[in-house]
Design a protein around this ligand. Sequence first.
Ligand SMILES: Cc1cc2nc3c(=O)[nH]c(=O)nc-3n(C[C@H](O)[C@H](O)[C@H](O)COP(=O)(O)OP(=O)(O)OC[C@H]3O[C@@H](n4cnc5c(N)ncnc54)[C@H](O)[C@@H]3O)c2cc1C
Ligand SMILES: *[C@@H]1O[C@H](CO)[C@@H](O)[C@H](O)[C@H]1NC(C)=O
Ligand SMILES: *[C@@H]1O[C@H](CO)[C@@H](O)[C@H](O)[C@H]1NC(C)=O
Ligand SMILES: *[C@@H]1O[C@H](CO)[C@@H](O)[C@H](O)[C@H]1NC(C)=O
Ligand SMILES: *[C@@H]1O[C@H](CO)[C@@H](O)[C@H](O)[C@H]1NC(C)=O
Ligand SMILES: *[C@@H]1O[C@H](CO)[C@@H](O)[C@H](O)[C@H]1NC(C)=O
Ligand SMILES: *[C@@H]1O[C@H](CO)[C@@H](O)[C@H](O)[C@H]1NC(C)=O
Length: 535
Amino acid sequence: MRLIPRSLLFLTSVFVLLSVSSTSPIPIPKLFTQCLEANSQNPIPFSTTIFTPQNASFTSVLESTAYNLRYLLPSMPKPEFIFTPLEESHVPIAVVCANKLKIHMRVRSGGHDYEGTSYVSLIEQPFMILDLAKLHAIKVDIAHNTAWVQAGATLGEVYYRISEKSPIHAFPAGICPSVGVGGHITGGGYGSIHRKYGLAADKVIDARIVDANGKILDREAMGEDLFWAIRGGGGGSFGIILSWKLNLVQVPPIVTVFTVNRTLKQNANNILHKWQQVLPNIDEDLFIMVHTTVTNSSTRGKTTISTSYIARFLGRVDRLLQLMEKKFPELGLTKKDCLETSWIKSVLYLAGFPNTTSPEVLIQGKLAIPKLYFKAKADYVKQVIPKNALNSLWKTLMQDDAALMIWVPYGGMMSRISESATPFPHRNGTLFLSQYVATWSDGEKSMDKHMNWVRRFYDTMTPYVSSFPREGYVNYRDLDLGMNQFNKSSFLRSSTWGFKYFKDNFIRLVLVKSKVDPSNFFRHEQSIPPVPIAK
Ligand SMILES: Cc1cc2nc3c(=O)[nH]c(=O)nc-3n(C[C@H](O)[C@H](O)[C@H](O)COP(=O)(O)OP(=O)(O)OC[C@H]3O[C@@H](n4cnc5c(N)ncnc54)[C@H](O)[C@@H]3O)c2cc1C
Ligand SMILES: *[C@@H]1O[C@H](CO)[C@@H](O)[C@H](O)[C@H]1NC(C)=O
Ligand SMILES: *[C@@H]1O[C@H](CO)[C@@H](O)[C@H](O)[C@H]1NC(C)=O
Ligand SMILES: *[C@@H]1O[C@H](CO)[C@@H](O)[C@H](O)[C@H]1NC(C)=O
Ligand SMILES: *[C@@H]1O[C@H](CO)[C@@H](O)[C@H](O)[C@H]1NC(C)=O
Ligand SMILES: *[C@@H]1O[C@H](CO)[C@@H](O)[C@H](O)[C@H]1NC(C)=O
Ligand SMILES: *[C@@H]1O[C@H](CO)[C@@H](O)[C@H](O)[C@H]1NC(C)=O
C-alpha cells in the first residue's frame, strides 16, 4: 500500500532540491571555476588557481605582494576569492566570466598601490582579485634594444634580466625593485635615470591588453588613443595589461653612487635651498634625491632634522667630483663618500640593500624595506622653497616620530617631453616631486595619529607647491583627494583627483574610457569614469 502518491513524492523531492539550492546556492568561486572551464580552449584544473577563505593558503596569497599593511587590517574588506592565472589565455576568460557572474574584479600585478586598490574594494562588495603574479616572463632582445615584459614581473626582475644579457643596457623605471610593472608603467613610472631618459611609460613601444569584452589587443588593434591612455593614465581603468614592449637605454659599465648626510648644524637648510636650484638643471647623468627625517642627535637625545643625499651618477667618480665642485660645492662631496660600482649593483644600492647583497636578490622577491603600515601624500614643486620657510616645515615634520619627506629632482628629459604626449602631465616647469610618508608598525593603535600628521604636513606645504590644480602623482595614489562611490563613478566626483593627477589630459582619458569601457567594468576608488557619448 502506498501512502504517498508518486506525484506527491516527486513534488516533495523537487521542493527539497529547490530549498537546498536556495539556502545554499552554488558559491560564486565554484561558478567562476565552472565558467573558466567552459570557456577555456585548453581547460586546466582551475580549482588549483582559485583561492577562497576556506583554502589554507588564502591569507598568504592575499598578503603576498600587498605592500601596505594598512589595507590588510582585519577591518578591511576581503575578496570572495583570488584567481591566479597561469597563462595569458586565462585572463580574457576571467573577464568574460566576471562579467557574466557580475562579480566586481580587482587587478593586481605588484601590489604596491598606496591605497590598496588592487586588493581591497572599499566601494563594492563582493569582489574578486585577479592576481597576475604568476605571469612574469621577461624576454630581453639586446640586438633590437627591446624587451617584452609580462605585467606580473617586478622592476627588480626586469633590471636583473637585462643585466644578465648586458652590463650597459638598462630600463628607466622606479627605484624600489619590488614594484610591479603592471601598475607602475600604467601610472608613468619615474626612477633614478628619468632626468636622462624620461619615464618608464615614455619607453613603451607596444603592449598587449585585455579589454572589457575579453579581447586581447596589441598596439595596432587598440589604436593610438587607448595606447596613449595606458601610458600614464593609471592602472585599473582601461583594461588589463598582459605585457609591455619596452625600449632599453644605455648606461656606462661603471657608475658612481654616494650617500651624504647633513643635519641642521651641518648647514642642512642652505644645502637644501641650493639643491632645489641646482638639481633640476644639472647634468642629466646626475640624480640626487633627498630623504629628510627626524633623528635623535647623539648629544642629549634632542631631536633634529637629518637630510640624506642619495645619489647615482652615470659616470666615474672623477667627473662627478668636478661637476659637484662646479655646481654644488655646498654639499662638500669628497671622493671617500663615493663608490664606483656596476650598474646592477647601483640598483641594489639605491634600493637600500646592504652592499654585500648579490643581484640575485632581485629575482627572489626579497624586500629591501620591510612592509609597514603607511600613509603618504605627494606634491609637485615649481618654485624654490625659500630658506626661511624650511624651518617652519621642520616644526611640523618633528611632530611625528617616523616622518619621512622625499624630494626627487625632475628636469632634463622630463622637461623636454610635452605635457600631452602621455597622460602624465608633470613636465616642464616642475622642479621636483615632494612626498611625505608616515610609517608605523602597531596597526590601528597609532594609525590616526600618523594619518593626521601626514595630512597636517600636506597642509603646511600648501604655500610652497603647485596650485590650480595642486598636482599629484597617480602612482602615489591618495584617497584623501576623493573617491568614486559604490559601483558608480561620476565625472564630477572624479574631476578633483582627475585634474590633479592628469591636468587637462583628464578630459582625454575620460573620452577614451567612455569609448573602450562604457559599462565601466574596470573600476575602483579612483578609476577614470566613463561619460555617455554620442556614437
Ligand atoms: C615602496 C614603494 C616604492 C615605490 N617607488 C616608486 C618609484 O620609485 N617610482 C614610481 O614612479 N613609483 C613608485 N612607487 C609607486 C608605484 O609605481 C605604484 O604604486 C604602482 O602603481 C605599483 O604598481 P604595482 O603593479 O606594484 O601595483 P598594484 O597594486 O598591483 O596596482 C596598482 C594599480 O594598477 C592596477 N593594475 C595592476 N596591474 C594592472 C594591470 N596588469 N593592468 C591594468 N591595471 C593594473 C591596480 O588595479 C591598481 O589600481 C612605489 C611604491 C611603493 C609602495
Ligand atoms: C581550495 O579548496 C577547494 C575545496 O577544498 C579545492 O578544491 C581547491 O583545489 C583548493 N584550492 C587550492 C588553490 O588549493
Ligand atoms: C645617513 O642617514 C641615514 C638615515 O638617517 C642612515 O640610515 C645612514 O646610515 C646614514 N648614512 C651615512 C653614510 O652616514
Ligand atoms: C628619540 O629618542 C626618544 C627617547 O629615547 C624616542 O622615544 C624616540 O622614538 C626617538 N626618535 C627617533 C626618531 O628615533
Ligand atoms: C660595504 O660597506 C662597508 C661598510 O660601510 C665597507 O667597509 C665595505 O668596504 C663595503 N664593501 C664593498 C664591497 O663595497
Ligand atoms: C620650459 O619652460 C621654460 C619657461 O617657460 C621655457 O623657457 C623653456 O623653453 C621650456 N623648455 C622646453 C624644453 O620646452
Ligand atoms: C550597484 O550597486 C547596487 C547597490 O549595491 C546594486 O543593486 C547593483 O546591482 C550594482 N550594479 C552593478 C552594475 O553591479
